[in-house]
Write a protein that binds this ligand. Structure first.
Ligand SMILES: Nc1nc2c(ncn2[C@@H]2O[C@H](COP(=O)(O)OP(=O)(O)OP(=O)(O)O)[C@@H](O)[C@H]2O)c(=O)[nH]1
Ligand SMILES: [Mg+2]
Length: 473
């Protein structure tokens, strides 16, 4: 669509601060919608050209000038003009770059609101970009994910999604489904004549192909989730093993309270840790023992919950204690209870014993696990541990070496629903069921796929997606 919107078709004028709150070199206030050139005109004076009006400016032009309110000058700004449809929202837009103090920016926003703009809702600019057909829903979500990406890999995946790789795959799938649906529905129109426009054999082959493609995307979610949310890594072990010390050492900051008293950590503490472009979501937990009192008991219950959700368990023990082998039982229980999670046994406080090498070997033999010796308080052995963690994360990621990834639970569920509908259709064809029933299943598959890119728009989904954005995006 390249025709500009008429003024009537553009949304009501909205304004928002597009840059983070706080002091910075620059800040940007953006406005979009019907009549924004007139609104900007009322508050802006171009240097050396008092007769200037935004309506006469070409798109993608920057104009230097000042912003005023009724009492006088507010700031010197650069005004960038975007003419419909060549803007982020496809509407007329102006972006005012001003000095980055919070008072200045709010002042500029206020004059724009006084002159007729409404304060934008979170994500409203992106919502307009979607509704006006500039981007699809997947791309809109990818923009949100890109902004929130906390690791290089998560960022890269979001960028690929924003460029439309997943959208293209899904569109191709939709087209094939649409074609089959149309042919089946044509048969329904001619039902009295008993014709078959869509060969059932060909349809089965086509559906089989689609199922394979869907399965690949569904499988990619495990990897996509790890990229986006990080490898869920839980530090577990008995009180005083040094779990909080390890968390702090990995983060390089004193995040969790460390003390010689057993039972220091009560509630779990979660922090992100990026190593080798991979993000780990590290959780320090309350030490595992028979709970002494109510609060600690609750803390320990939460520890077990976190352990049960982990991709990677770092089981920490104090190797300087003489009863270190008592821990083997606990480790074996974890291995049995959480067979899917990876487990590294970490023998801490190697600085307090001269026998750590022999003890580590014993633990390896007794548990069959990777055992890593460290002195968390000094930072000894941490590089090896990080290396081990990275190689486990790589293994998790290798399970799915794909260029197109599904990273969102919403997409994952829609794809699973689509796959279920196609399975139903396949069974119906096998049973030589009525055309109407097959067409119904393919229609619902089509809708599920369409929900992802926004071809089928659902107001509830839109609200859910855009409310997670910040205002001004
Ligand atoms: N010598 C030595 N002491 C350590 C080492 N790591 C931790 N400690 C000490 O062990 C004690 C307990 O450390 P924490 O990190 O609080 O242990 P924790 O496992 O979080 O304990 P809880 O929160 O009570 O479950 C503190 O006094 C630490 O200074 C180490 O590598 N060597
Ligand atoms: Mg602790």
């Amino acid at each position: 669509m390249t025709t500009p919107f008429t003024q009537q078709e553009q949304g009501e004028p909205i304004a928002a601060i597009a840059t983070p709150v706080g002091i910075g070199a620059l800040a940007v206030v953006r406005i979009s919608g019907r009549g924004v050139f007139d609104i900007a005109h009322k508050v802006f004076r171009k240097k050396g050209n008092p007769a200037f009006h935004f309506a006469q400016s070409k798109g993608f032009r920057a104009h230097f000038g000042t912003v005023h309110d009724s009492e006088g000058l507010i700031d010197e700004v650069v005004a960038l003009v975007f003419r419909s449809p060549n803007s982020f929202t496809k509407e007329d837009m102006v972006e005012l770059s001003c000095h980055g103090g919070p008072v200045v920016v709010k002042h500029i926003l206020k004059v724009l609101l006084d002159e007729g703009c409404r304060l934008a809702e979170p994500g409203e600019f992106t919502r307009r970009a979607f509704l006006n057909g500039r981007i699809d829903l997947l791309q809109a979500e990818a923009i949100g994910e890109m902004i929130h990406a906390r690791s290089e890999s998560a960022f890269r995946t979001a960028v690929t999604q924003m460029q439309g790789s997943l959208s293209n795959r899904l569109d191709a799938m939709r087209e094939k489904l649409l074609r089959s649906c149309a042919l089946l529905e044509l048969e329904l129109d001619f039902s009295e004549e008993d014709v078959e426009f869509q060969s059932r054999n060909e349809l089965q082959t086509e559906l089989h192909r689609l199922q394979k493609e869907l399965a690949r995307l569904i499988d990619s979610y495990q990897h996509g989730r790890l990229l986006k949310e990080g490898v869920a890594t839980v530090i577990a072990g008995k009180p005083n093993a040094g779990k909080s010390t390890l968390l702090n050492a990995l983060l390089g900051e004193e995040r969790s309270i460390v003390s010689h008293q057993p039972g220091t950590t009560r509630d779990y503490i979660e922090e992100c840790f990026v190593h080798n472009k991979t993000m780990f979501r590290l959780t320090d937990t309350a030490g595992l023992r028979e709970g002494e009192e109510e609060i600690e008991h609750e803390g320990i219950r939460r520890s077990y919950k976190k352990i049960s959700e982990a991709d990677l368990i770092l089981y920490l023990l104090d190797i300087s204690l003489n009863n270190y082998l008592d821990e083997v039982l606990q480790i074996q229980t974890f291995l049995e209870q959480y067979p899917i999670a990876h487990l590294i046994v970490i023998a801490n406080k190697t600085d307090l014993t001269t026998q750590s090498a022999a003890r580590l070997q014993q633990l390896r033999t007794a548990t069959g696990c990777d055992v890593c010796g460290i002195a968390a308080a000094k930072g000894d052995g941490l590089e090896r541990l990080k290396h081990l963690m990275a190689s486990i994360a790589e293994g998790l990621n290798k399970q799915q070496e794909a260029s197109v990834l599904v990273t969102s639970l919403r997409h994952y569920e829609a794809l699973r629903n689509a796959a279920d509908s196609i399975t139903n259709a396949q069974e119906l064809i096998d049973r030589v069921a009525e055309t109407e029933l097959i067409a119904f299943e393919l229609r619902s598959a089509l809708e599920f796929v369409g929900e992802i890119t926004g071809k089928v728009v659902n107001e509830e989904i839109l609200t859910l997606i855009f409310e997670r954005f910040c205002i001004g995006k």
